[in-house]
Design a protein around this ligand. Structure first.
Ligand code: ADP
Ligand code: MG
Length: 731
């Protein structure tokens, strides 16, 4: 080997192992047979580079040795209802409209031993690429129809289009594919990519790979795509899961260690005059969970170590009052507080609530001669423009604004809070790490790092919270304020009749002095069409079944001032029913609202439905949530059933994972976890814990990974956090 000369090697092979991330810069168009059209189709699958391709691991595998020949499906040892998978050739296909919204799809399969009909309802996407001559892998339940075996399909994938599966081994990898990128092409490209890539450098310290008997990175990529048997596929997957989790956890560990070591914070002790005043003004007793949370927050505020705490509490658990206390601790300490919310509606609401509860309070003026001045609670959103914006920004910069609520507008250029003591981020799941950091930087970086409090309603199991927010301390609010009346959830199928009963109930509640939300269907990703649909629904209801009531309209395309007016009128009771898009999804708090009607509810995700429903059941009156839907998919049906069954956010989150089987459902999209390509958080909890322990142990001994064997790890971690590298390091 050592004797070989460079010219004797095939041009693409390399003697030197290479960096995996160098493949990010190799576009898929460098692979054989990939022209602009195929490159675009691969791009739609999320595959732009060879790096993306290698991480495009099979969705599942089918083991040919464990298949049942079709001729044996009549055998006595196979029960009806048994789950099985077969790989077979398609003889013919058919599609029939049974009734409105119900299509029966049939595929006749043969495998040389016999013939079998596989069938399913609706789900037109499953038929894509299914043609006579294609080889498909079909999973489903065995059923009998007029004495003959049939398969009720749950999953179906085209393995080969008329190529009889010749290029697969005993284990058939099923890669996600698309119309223009059939599975055989994915496999061909994968083979070439693996060959030309050769050996990969491995960033994981050898003592860790040894600890778990992990494959090398090179072997893991080879075997995950083309495993000789299922056990190898599992080992390969384990290595890749550990690989990505270890990198993420190392980044989080570095971040936490650097924050903890920072003596650059400031103390905003709890229990000052304003803090005490707020506590005495509350119209209710804090729950014991709130008391505990406040103590933890207070302890953080008291020290000079910058607070970096996440409060996780289900919708309605009472997080806002914690934020208010923290903000006042800053003001009590002579500093400023800022509260960032994800929507204008929510920012306004925080602003109004804070103003109300803090009404009439004053602070010491900077200028002793003036004695005191009123506590200044202001709001900054995109609605704040022109002279008003100028005035506000210069007042903030002069330290004359004590508490500033707002939206993303807070983290724009020109916003300076020289004396920033506490920054609160509400409903964190809507923001990314970047915005969290940007908010903190509104303060004067040369004075002190503010205390940061993050609040989220995303109900995630604690171990997962560690992964998502591994650099944060976590407080869980696991108790609801007392006196809440349970929300009754009713699923109404419009096909069963008209919605007369639903609208009659809305009227009855309004007559009794209550208010209602009507949530319009999700139309598409475009705000514009969504707004149009909301407008049409509003028109229809206001002139039809809800005629005579004060019906308002709220959607994302309204001008900020209009949104503000509608919400203010709804809050004040002048509007009785508000027809809205998901603008009202997070945080909106109108305790007098007791009915919600969600139209086409099956189009929403489970966590979104949970957030929406959280807008009612906030006061002392009983509430009802109507989910109007005629779901066309089993998943849609399962979501509605889950909603009817429980209001517990944690239970729903787990159900959501079962239904979707993905870790990204939990609002994790922006937290770094979206970068996980192979890991499924719930399934891989054990690996999360291992990676976390290992990463923190490593970073404890070498906080900035300066030892030379860690050079590649350091490089990859820096690469992972991109522009935010500086927040991994001290000083
Ligand atoms: P979330 O955690 O969803 O942000 P909020 O802070 O908006 O919840 O609180 C929901 C409602 O519960 C508000 O109307 C609030 O005033 C009320 N609330 C909060 N804490 C308590 C409590 N301890 N007892 C009674 N009501 C409370
Ligand atoms: Mg809230």
């Amino acid at each position: 080997m050592a004797g070989e000369t460079a010219t004797a090697r095939p041009p693409e092979s390399r003697a030197q192992p290479r960096r995996l991330r160098s493949l990010r810069h190799v576009p898929v168009s460098r692979l054989s047979g990939v022209g602009p059209r195929r490159a675009a189709a691969l791009g739609r699958l999320g595959i732009d580079s060879v790096y993306d391709l290698l991480w495009h691991v099979p969705r599942r595998y089918v083991d040919r040795t464990r298949q049942t020949p079709i001729s044996e499906l009549n055998g006595v040892n196979l029960e009806e209802g048994e789950e099985l998978t077969i790989i077979a050739e398609v003889d013919r296909t058919s599609k029939r409209q049974i009734r409105r919204r119900l299509t029966l799809n049939e595929v006749v399969l043969s495998d040389g031993s016999g013939r079998l009909t596989a069938k399913w309802f609706n789900r037109p996407g499953l038929m894509r690429g299914v043609e006579a001559g294609a080889t498909v892998a079909v999973s489903g339940k065995l059923a009998r129809f007029r004495g003959r075996p049939q398969l009720e399909v749950s999953a179906l994938e085209v393995v080969d289009a008329g190529r009889a599966g010749a290029d697969t081994g005993v284990v058939v990898p099923i890669h996600a594919a698309a119309a223009d990128v059939p599975p055989w092409l994915v496999r061909e490209l994968m083979r070439e990519a693996l060959d030309r890539t050769g050996e990969l450098l491995d960033p994981i310290p050898p003592h860790l790979t040894r600890r778990y008997g992990l494959l090398s990175r090179t072997d893991a990529f080879r075997m995950v795509h083309f495993p000789p048997d299922l056990a190898s596929a599992r080992r390969a997957r384990d290595r890749l899961v550990y690989d990505e989790l270890f990198l993420l956890e190392t980044a989080l560990a570095m971040r936490k260690v650097s924050l903890d070591a920072s003596s650059f914070g400031r103390s905003n002790p709890p229990g000052g005059a304003l803090w005490g005043e707020l506590a005495s003004r509350l119209p209710y007793e804090l729950t014991s969970a709130q008391v505990r949370a406040l103590r933890e927050i207070g302890d953080d505020l008291a020290t000079e170590r910058p607070m970096h705490r996440l409060v996780q509490g289900d919708v309605g658990s009472g997080k806002t009052v914690l934020a208010a206390h923290a903000l006042l601790a800053a003001v009590d300490a002579g500093a400023q507080g800022v509260l960032m919310a994800p929507t204008e509606v929510l920012a306004e609401q925080h602003h109004v609530n804070l103003r109300n509860v803090l009404d009439g309070l004053s602070v010491e003026a900077d200028d002793n001669l003036l004695g005191t001045r009123p506590l200044a609670v202001e709001i900054l959103t995109n609605r704040t423009t022109g002279a008003e914006r100028e005035r506000l920004l210069s007042a903030a910069a002069a330290g004359e604004v004590d508490i500033l609520a707002g939206t993303h507008a807070l983290i724009q250029e020109g916003v300076h809070l020289p004396n920033l003591g506490v920054a609160v981020v509400d409903e964190q799941h809507r923001f990314g790490v970047h915005q969290r950091v940007a908010l903190r930087e509104r303060g004067d970086p040369t004075t002190a790092v503010p205390d940061v409090l993050i609040m989220t309603a995303t109900p995630i199991p604690r171990t997962l919270a560690m992964t998502l927010y591994g650099d944060l301390d976590v407080t869980v609010l696991d108790e609801m304020p007392p006196g809440r009346r349970p929300i009754e959830t009713v699923w109404v199928a419009p096909a069963d009749g008209d919605l007369g009963g639903v609208w009659a109930h809305v009227r009855a509640e309004v007559d009794a002095g209550r208010q209602a939300y009507v949530v319009c269907p999700l139309v598409s990703d475009s705000d514009q069409t969504e707004a149009a649909s909301a407008t049409a629904t509003h028109e229809e209801l206001a002139t039809g079944v809800l005629a005579g009531l004060e019906v308002g309209l709220l959607h994302g395309q309204l001008r900020p001032a209009e949104k503000h007016d509608v919400m203010a009128a709804f809050r004040g009771g002048a509007i009785q029913v508000v027809v809205a898009t998901t603008v009202i999804e997070v945080g909106v708090d109108v305790p007098n609202a007791t009915v919600m009607v969600v139209l086409d509810a099956d189009r929403f995700g489970l966590s979104q439905l949970h957030q929406l429903r959280g807008r009612i059941g906030r006061g002392s009156h009983a509430s009802t949530c109507y989910l109007v839907a005629d779901p066309t998919t089993p998943e849609g049906r399962a979501r509605l059933e889950a909603m009817v069954e429980t209001t517990d956010g944690f239970v729903l989150a787990e159900r959501d994972l079962e239904i979707r089987g993905e870790g990204t459902v939990l609002g994790a999209r922006q937290s770094g976890v979206s970068d996980l390509r192979v890991t499924r958080l719930v399934r891989d909890v054990e690996w999360v814990q291992r990676a976390r322990t290992d990463a923190f142990a490593l970073v404890e001994t070498d906080p900035e990974l300066e030892a030379s064997p860690l050079a590649l790890l350091r490089e990859e971690v820096f690469d992972l956090v991109g522009d935010d590298v500086d927040w991994l390091l001290r000083s």
